[in-house]
Design a protein. Sequence first.
Length: 677
Amino acid sequence: MRSYALGHSINKLVHGCDYNPDQWLDRPDILSKDIEYMKEAGINEATLGVFSWAAYEPVEGEYHFEWLIEIMDRLYENGISTILATPSGARPVWMDHKYPEVMRVDGMGHRNRHGFRHNHCLSSEVFRDKVRTIDTKLAKIAGGHPGLIAWHISNEFGGECFCDLCKEKFREYLRKRYHNDINELNHEWWSYFWSAQYNDFSDIEPPYINGQNALMGLKIDWRRFTSANYADYISVEIDAIREASPNKDVPVTTNLMQRFYDIDYRELVKKIDFISWDSYPAFHNDHERYEDTMMESAFDHTLLRCLKKDRPFFLMESAPGHVNWMNYNKLKRPGVHEQFSCQTVASGSDSIQYFQWRCSRGGAEQFHGAVVDHSGTDDTRVFRDVAHLGEILSKLSEIEGSVKRNEAAVIFEWDNWWSIDVSGGFSRETKKYDITCLNHWKSLMPFGVEADVISVNDNFEDYKLIIAPMLFLIRPETIEKLKGFVENGGILLATYMTGYVNENSLCYEGGFPGDGLKDLFGIINEEIDTLYPSDKNGIRMENETLKVKDYAELIKLIDADVIGTYTDDFYKDMPVITCKKYGKGKAYYQAARIENEDMVKLSGKLLAESGIKIRELPSGIEYHARYGDDCIYEFYFNIGEEAVEVSRLNGIDMLTGKAVDDSVTILPGKFIVLKSK
Ligand code: GLA
Ligand code: ZN
C-alpha cells in the first residue's frame, strides 16, 4: 500500500509558493502577470491567506472573502491548486484593542502591545472563539473549492505565554499530572532545596525569567504544558474546519520549523494529517563547509519526516534566493537551489514550495527574496532557477507517494533535550543535544545508510541498529524497551550522559546509567569530566585512535567487553567504549564524545554488526533512496568539491531517460536520480 501525504495521489510533485495577492488587489495587471509567470515557472500550487485576517475581517464582524474565491478560481482554471491557510498567524488591530487578553504576556510578566505576528495567548477563550468563527466562515466558503488540496493551520507555532489564563491552565495541568497531591509534586520537583516547597497548586507560577527558575521539574513540565496547550489549540482550528467544510477529506497540516525547541512536535502533530515544514539552511556561511550544511539539511528533513514516518512530507517554505532575517543574507550560489530541492525530495518530500511568490514593496519582509523580485520580470537568475526546477520536478513526478525504508534509527526526544539543558553542570557551551544527534546520524551516511530519527515511543522492532545519543532523561518503560530490542538481536549504541534522570529530571539513585541500564550495558559510570576545547584525549580502538572532545565519563566494568580505552590524562587506559552481548544482540556504550570525522569508524563497526546493507560511496557523495510499489528511486548528490565517479550503478537516469549500467561521473553540485526494480 502506498501512502500519500495528501491521502490520495495527485500524480505530481507539488511546486508551489506562498502567494500573498492581498497586497496587490488594486493591481489587476500584477495579478494577471502572476498567473502567467507561475505557469512559466512550472508552479502548480499556491498557498493563500497565511496572514490575511485583516483582509477577510477588516472590522469586527464584517467579512470579505470575494477576493479569495476569485483568486482561487483563477488559479484553478490555470491548473494551479491551492493550499489554504487559516489566518490566525496574525491578528487584526481591532481585536487587540477591544480584547487585550488575546495578546501574549512575556516571561517578565509584561503584556505585549498590538503588532508583529504569532504572539497570541492560546489559552484565551476570546481568541479561540474569534479563530473558530473566522475558520468556520472560511471553511464554509472555500472548503468545497475544487482547487483546494490541503489546509494549512496558522503559521509556525512557537513561543510561550505567561498570562494569568495560561498560569491557571498550567496549574490545572499539574493537578492532573500529580493526582491533585501537592506533596507528590514537591517530591518530583525536589522542592525541598532552597525552600521551594509549595503548599498548594495555587502557589505555583510558570517559570518567569525573574521568578522561580531553579526547579528542573517546573521548567520541563512548563514546556510539556505549553506543548499540550498548542495541541489543544490546534484541535480548535482543525475541528472548526472539519465541521464547516463541505469537503471533509481535505487533509490538514501546519508548517513546522527546524529543530524547534519550544514545542514537543510529536505532541503538536497528533491531529494533523501530514507533516510540512519550512527549511532555510544557511548556505555558504563562514563556519562550515557546503557539505555540512547539506547534511544538516538532510537530517532536519528526516527528523520532521519521521514525525509521521509512513508517508511523505511537504516542504511548505524555502527561499528561492536569499532570506532577510539572518545576520548575513547570502545569495544561493548557482545550482544550489536545484541540489537542495532535489535533496529535499530524496529525503521524502512530495513538494518544493517557496516563501514567497512576489517580493513585497514594503512591510517586514520587503527585502526577503522571492520568485519574482522587485524588478517584476521573469528575466532574473532566481526566476530561471525556479523554472528550471519546475522542469526537473515534472520529470520526477512519479516519485510522489514513494516512501523511505530505513533499518537504522537515531533516537531524538524533546523532553530529553529540555532536561539536558535545564540541568546545571557539565558545560554550558557544549551540551548540544540536537547537534550530537545530527552528528551520529551523519556518521552513517558515508556508508549509504540513512537512519530514521525516532521517539522512544516508536516501534523499535522496525530497526536493526538504534543509536541513542545522550538519553539523559529516561523512563522505566524505555529501559525495558531498549532491553527487549537488544535481547531480540538489535544493536544498540548509547553514549555518555545516558540514564541520569527520570522523567521529572530527578537523578536515578545507585549510579548511572539508571536502574536496568547497568545490567544492559554491563558498566557503571562513576564520574564525568568536562573538557575545554584545548583539552586533548583519545580512544585507542583496535589499530586506530579516535579523538575525544567535550565529555569523558569514567566508567567501571561490571560484565562488558572493552572495545576502546582512553589514551591520556589520569584515566588513561580506562575503558571508554564497551560492548555487552545481551540476549541475541549487543549493547555498546560510548563514554566520551568523539570528533565527527572519527565517529564514522565506530559507526562502521556498528553497521557491520547489524547486518544492514552498506554501500561503498566515494567521498563527497550523499545517497538517499525512496521506495515505490515495485521500484526504487536512488539519489546520488555530489556535495563535495571534486568531480566523482560512482560505479556499480544500474537503472534509468530519470532526468535524461537513459539507461545507466556501471559508472557515472558526477560533477560538484550535481546529482543523478536512478530508477530500478
Ligand atoms: C517563515 C514564515 C514566513 C516568512 C519566512 C521568511 O518561514 O512562515 O511567513 O516569514 O519565514 O523566511
Ligand atoms: Zn496566556
